[in-house]
Design a protein around this ligand. Sequence first.
Ligand SMILES: [Zn+2]
Length: 78
Amino acid sequence: MRTPEKPYRCGVCRWQGQLEPIDAGDAAPCPQCGVYLYPLTWIQTWGVALVMIAGTVAAVFVMVFVMKGSKRLSHMSV
Ligand SMILES: [Zn+2]
């Protein structure tokens, strides 16, 4: 059975890319400097983008909520 490639990033030489893990712990040697790397987790790969998207969505929701709230308040005061 072929091991699926996983995303790795080397903290020593900054190499980044896909490797096939060579042991059960998903470790793989860096092709440039030979340091043992561990695959990036889903959060590490997509976390920053997700946080940015979530932040944008949250900001839009807050803006809509605040606008609705102020509209209702001004309507009530009239
Ligand atoms: Zn490296």
